[in-house]
Design a binder for this molecule. Structure first.
Ligand SMILES: Nc1ncnc2c1ncn2[C@@H]1O[C@H](COP(=O)(O)OP(=O)(O)O)[C@@H](O)[C@H]1O
Ligand SMILES: [Mg+2]
Length: 400
């Protein structure tokens, strides 16, 4: 057996007489197969477990284990049960004996002296059968692979479609809120200024007549301003999510973006947090920098949130075959597999009311898609989460 012919289907020839083996070997010469000769049933069974065979030419009368016994054993093992067997026998068998052969799984008989043409044609049929079976198996494998790929793509498309329709909804809501919000804020400003004027015009005595009402009015006014400012911030986030404000497309260094984000988040980088950067050279890519910084900020903010105590955060950038990747890993609480898809939905949060808006990841997802890239969520080795933004070097037009 040499490796150059290892690709060819194997034919196993079993006969206790060396002379018979050599005859069959000679008769099969030139056929598209590798002929393997063995002189006992035991050896045959051993080889059958080691290699794949297209057909077995099996001598019936052998000392020790005879051909029927070998066939019976081969049939008992699921990996060898399907291999066709041609019994080779010296005499024309009685019908009873032939039935025994078929019962043990024989698919055919050949009689000695073997007729070369018949031998070759029978072997050829089984070689073809083997080849067809292999093709079907290959085809099946390709089909299964394609199906798996299709399923993955479909899941991505559904996610993208969901996000896109949410994006439209959110854009509409943000737009509708924006107008009344704008005039409320500006009216509030006018009221505050008027109140200041009134305050200055009122004499001490008059103010002292309604002290409670006066100070309550001022307090409520301040609270209303805080409330409206929160709404304004939320609307801003919603607009980003629905990509109303994308800024300009530019070629920038990712390292600079990371630096600027870390500067903004500096107050949260307490001594408890050990931050490490593993940034590659040549990290200039074409993108919407303000959007990308926001995406990064969300990932790093989430990583910080997840720690809830001492822990590590690592930011790494890499040039990849397809483009560029930015990953943020943390040693925090991790995300259960069942929540992997839901965490990207707008307003999905596990944080207490007032602490989380549930918009960080959906905005990040939307930004990454805008760049034609993808957001991958994985377990971090040793616990925690790794979020990776994968971007093409030149952003194509995104799918959604
Ligand atoms: N790095 C992380 N580690 C653990 N959980 C995370 C991480 N990032 C996101 N999550 C989970 O995803 C949810 C949604 O995140 P996000 O959209 O940023 O909203 P928010 O941070 O306001 O809750 C979080 O509430 C949290 O449960
Ligand atoms: Mg967040």
């Amino acid at each position: 057996m040499t490796s150059t012919i290892a690709q060819q289907p194997r034919v196993l020839v079993v006969d206790d007489l060396q002379a018979n083996l050599l005859v069959i070997d000679a008769l099969l010469h030139g056929m598209p197969c590798e002929v393997v000769l063995v002189s006992s049933g035991n050896e045959a069974l051993r080889l059958l477990l080691k290699h794949e065979f297209a057909v077995i030419l099996l001598d019936v009368q052998m000392p020790g284990m005879d051909g029927y016994e070998v066939a019976r054993h081969a049939r008992l093992n699921s990996t060898t049960a399907h291999i066709p067997i041609i019994f080779v026998t010296a005499t024309h068998e009685s019908e009873e004996s032939q039935l025994r052969g078929y019962g043990s799984g024989a698919v055919d008989y050949l009689f000695k002296p073997v007729n070369p043409a018949i031998l070759r044609s029978k072997v050829r049929v089984f070689l073809e059968l083997f080849e067809k079976r292999r093709q079907v198996a290959d085809g099946l494998k390709a089909l299964t692979d394609a199906y798996e790929e299709l399923r993955a793509t479909q899941a991505q498309l559904i996610q993208a479609a969901k996000m896109a329709s949410l994006g439209q909804l959110v854009a509409g809501v943000a737009h509708e809120i924006n107008n009344p919000l704008a005039f409320s804020l500006s009216h509030l400003d006018v009221v505050r200024r008027d109140l200041d004027n009134v305050d200055a015009a009122l004499g001490e005595t008059i103010r002292e007549r309604v002290p409670d009402a006066w100070s309550r009015a001022r307090d409520r006014l301040a609270e209303t301003t805080v409330g409206l400012d929160r709404i304004r911030e939320l609307v801003l986030k919603l607009r980003t999510f629905s990509r109303l404000d994308e800024g300009e497309r530019m070629t920038v260094s990712i390292k600079e973006g990371i630096d600027s984000v870390l500067m903004i988040l500096q107050h949260r980088l307490t001594p408890d947090v050990s931050l490490s950067l593993d940034l590659c050279e040549a990290d200039e890519i074409e993108c919407f920098p303000s959007l990308l910084n926001q995406a990064l900020m969300n990932l790093i903010a989430n990583a910080l949130d997840s720690l809830g105590g001492p822990g590590r955060i690592k930011i790494a950038t890499r040039r990849t075959v397809r483009g560029f990747s930015i990953s943020v890993s943390d040693t925090g609480s991790g995300i259960p597999k069942a929540l992997r898809e839901r965490v990207m939905e707008p307003f999905f949060t596990t944080k207490p009311v007032g602490e989380g808006t549930g918009l960080g990841l959906s905005i990040t997802y939307s930004i990454v898609r805008r760049h034609g890239g993808s957001l991958v969520i994985e377990d971090n080795e040793g616990g925690g989460t790794r979020m990776t933004i994968e971007l093409p070097l030149t952003p194509g037009d995104s799918v959604s």
